[in-house]
Design a protein around this ligand. Structure first.
Ligand code: NAD
Ligand code: UD1
Length: 348
């Protein structure tokens, strides 16, 4: 479907669609012929991201500024559209903050999901794709990690993802239900759309590696603190599975299309590349892509960090027909383009 008209596009509810991952998913939904209908309370995003989505994809997502916990507002959204499925990104994601404000995290992430599924049931919308995280694997016994590994949590953010996974599994397993649910466990999303128009716009000082490195490269931050160089890894620094956010977005479209084939139930999939890179490898790759120096100093380990985490992504390949296609160089080039064009994020 190439039409830019919205009337004959199947509508997909995208909660949290103004955020980093959700905005990239909106682009790929439009490119695949769907109409994204976004509900976002803008607590960690700007409406400008959706204007940029329109600029990139040529179709304007429908936007409602609302909280997923506000069931009356959500009922109005469901009454106004006939949703084929829901993609649920809305939630809070800062690990450190979740230990300071656990109630807030459970309200947004757990109660918010329950409110959403209750309204979905009222309107008989049974297809759901949920943003889970590799954090549900805790400290894995080995790498690569596949979906059969035991799950655990070390902080309220991670526990909120685990609890929601379990709630959704129970919902799907209840007798006579029609739910069809995919739990997508993301590894480390990085990069940005190749246009440089949408990307990650963290509030305040970034917690995650790539936005921090990008802000050092552009001169907003002085130097990177590398959290530990005494792990049992290739160079002693932590190893992660960084995945281009556009690959991640395409994984959601693949999951959506496979919901039609897979029938009632609840399934978990890793969305990663299957390759791990160390912090110092990431710094070198970013320097190469940007032509800028990224000064760093070795600092103590960050509490709660693990040595290595990367995916076995075979299940998504065999069942969803999806695999990541962008390599590290492209992730860094796109992250840098976004940073350079938008030194102050969407406020630029
Ligand atoms: P983000 O903060 O950029 O996007 C989340 C969006 O949800 C924001 O636009 C925010 O305003 C909105 N939101 C939050 N609470 C809401 C509520 N109660 N009602 C309505 N809107 C609300 O984060 P992101 O990086 O795009 O992450 C999206 C999802 O993916 C989150 O659930 C996150 O936990 C999960 N996830 C992210 C990562 C990552 O590294 N970015 C990794 C694993 C999982
Ligand atoms: C973090 C979260 C995880 C979440 C994921 C995606 C923690 C402990 N874990 O994962 O729950 O799902 O983000 O949002 O916060 N690093 C530095 N210096 C920095 C920042 C990071 O050396 O300033 C290192 C870390 O030690 C790690 C790697 O870079 O080895 C990646 O860190 P980060 O981007 O924060 O992601 P994770 O810790 O994998």
């Amino acid at each position: 479907m190439n039409s830019t008209s919205t009337s004959n596009r199947p509508a997909i509810l995208v909660t949290g669609g103004a955020g980093f991952i959700g905005s990239h998913v909106c682009v790929e939904l439009i490119n695949s012929g769907y109409l994204p209908v976004v509900v976002d309370n803008l607590c960690n995003s700007k409406e400008e991201s959706l204007k940029r989505v329109t600029q990139i994809a040529g179709v304007e997502p429908v936007f409602y500024q609302a909280d997923i916990n506000d069931k009356d507002a959500m009922r109005k959204v469901f009454a106004a559209h006939s949703f084929e499925a829901v993609m649920h990104f809305a939630g809070l994601k800062a690990v450190g903050e979740s230990s300071q404000l656990p109630m807030k995290y459970y309200r947004y992430n757990v109660a918010g999901t329950l409110s959403l599924t209750e309204v979905m049931e009222e309107f008989k919308v049974w297809k759901l794709i949920f943003s889970s995280s590799a954090t549900v694997y805790g400290d894995p016994v080995s790498v690569p990690i596949d979906e059969t590994f035991v799950t655990s949590a070390t902080n309220p953010y991670g526990r909120s993802k685990l609890i929601v996974e379990e709630i959704l599994r129970d919902i799907a397993n209840a007798p006579n239900n029609q739910w069809n649910i995919s739990l997508l466990r993301y590894f480390n999303p990085v990069g940005a759309h190749e246009s440089g128009l949408i990307g990650e716009d963290p509030a305040g000082i970034p917690n995650n590696l790539l936005p921090y490195v990008a802000q050092v490269a552009i001169g907003k931050l002085q130097q990177l603190a590398v959290f530990g160089n005494d792990y049992n890894t290739v160079d002693g620094t932590g190893v992660r599975d960084y995945i281009h956010v556009v690959d991640l977005a395409l994984g959601h479209v693949a999951a959506l299309q496979s919901l039609d084939k897979s029938g009632v139930g609840c399934r978990a999939y890793n969305l990663g590349t299957g390759s791990g890179y160390s912090v110092l490898q990431m710094v070198s790759a970013f320097e190469a892509a940007s032509g800028r120096k990224v000064p760093y100093k070795i600092s103590p380990r960050r509490p709660g960090d693990i040595a290595s985490c990367y995916a076995d992504a075979d299940l998504a390949k065999s069942e969803l027909g999806w695999e990541a296609k962008f390599g590290l160089e492209r992730m860094m080039q796109d992250a840098w383009r976004w940073q350079e064009k938008n030194p102050n994020g969407y406020d630029s």
